[in-house]
Ligand binder design. Structure first.
Ligand code: CAA
Length: 285
């Protein structure tokens, strides 16, 4: 019988963390949302406001429900406020050293039976688990962008993750209205391992001037029925995030499909990060 998790923490309130905090609060959970600075915290809160305001303006949520969602989220810059959490989901940038520091801190702050989950897209969950004194309670809980909309959660189990922890996280995903799939700790898990070869190929096609960005995107939307073309999707995911995912997968498997197209790194260096910076393959007013 799965444990019902009601007190949940989210560390990192970028696009993914803020979306995850919203999803948890919408499902009635009590959420402690942590960022490193007041500025980042305000930005994270702004993401949740924007998303819930949009739902209100579309008539999907009423104003009172939106206020209740905010009452359920405690915004803080102190990791210590996670002492009561039954589950913490980490969603900070895709850098192993940063994530390892957070996991080591959480291990000291949280109760021994608290589940520590990572929303990493491609880094090793096993490597993160061993910086804690509780590797069997560490798991991957990978949401998709935009988290309030996309139905999938990949549950990533390592060779030491306890079955009860897998059960608890799967039960939670279902309570959030998501569909879970389970996978071992392999870079890219299921969806990104398949998706990013295609996205990288689309970028190469654009870089080599075979076709315009609009035509590449139209071909996949209108010819293959995808909701977005690959270059628009790269902008949604974030060029920096896409680079980190490709680079990690390439280093792990040396599969040329995942060798990041050079322009991705160039865009990243130039600050063209996609929607979040206002410009990527397309411009966003
Ligand atoms: N946050 C919250 N809600 C959002 C949103 C956002 N950023 N973007 C769109 N929505 C909501 C809208 O409010 C709307 O909700 P309702 O139906 O309840 O009114 C719904 O999504 C549809 O939005 P729109 O009508 O504005 O636009 P759309 O129909 O074109 O859908 C989309 C937008 C959901 C993003 C759709 O284009 C889509 O599914 N795109 C593909 C997204 C995808 O592939 N994501 C996976 C990326 S890979 C990943 O995330 C893994 C990783 O590790 C990087």
């Amino acid at each position: 019988m799965a444990r019902e998790l009601n007190e949940v923490g989210v560390v990192g309130l970028g696009t993914m963390g803020a979306g995850i905090a919203e999803v948890l609060a919408r499902a009635g959970l009590s959420v402690t949302a942590v960022e490193v600075t007041d500025e980042a915290l305000a930005r994270g809160r702004g993401h949740v406001e924007q998303s819930t305001d949009r739902a209100v303006s579309r008539g999907k949520l009423d104003a009172a429900e939106r206020d209740t969602i905010f009452e359920r989220i405690r915004f803080t810059t102190s990791l210590e406020d996670l002492a009561q959490a039954e589950l913490v989901i980490e969603a900070i940038p895709e850098r192993m050293e940063l994530k390892a520091d957070v996991f080591a801190e959480l291990d000291k702050i949280c109760a021994p039976d608290t589940i520590l989950a990572t929303n990493t897209s491609s880094l090793s969950v096993t490597e993160l688990s061993v910086v804690t004194g509780r590797p069997s309670k560490v798991i991957g809980m990978h949401f998709f962008n935009p988290a309030p909309v996309m139905k999938l959660v990949e549950v990533v189990r390592t060779v030491v993750t306890e079955q009860s922890v897998v059960d608890d996280v799967e039960a939670l995903a279902e309570r959030l209205g998501k569909v879970d799939v389970t996978i071992g700790d392999k870079a890219g898990f299921i969806a990104n391992a398949l998706l990013f070869g295609y996205l990288n190929h689309a970028v190469a096609m654009y870089e080599n001037r075979y076709a315009s960005r609009e035509d590449i995107d139209a071909a996949m939307r209108l010819g293959c029925g995808l909701p977005m073309g690959p270059l628009a999707l790269m902008d949604l995911i974030g060029i920096d995030t896409a680079y980190e995912i490709l680079d990690t997968m390439y280093k792990q498997s040396r599969n040329r499909l995942h060798a990041p197209s050079p322009v991705i790194k160039q865009m990243m260096t130039a600050g063209l990060l996609g929607r979040k910076s206002g410009r990527g393959f397309y411009s966003y007013a």
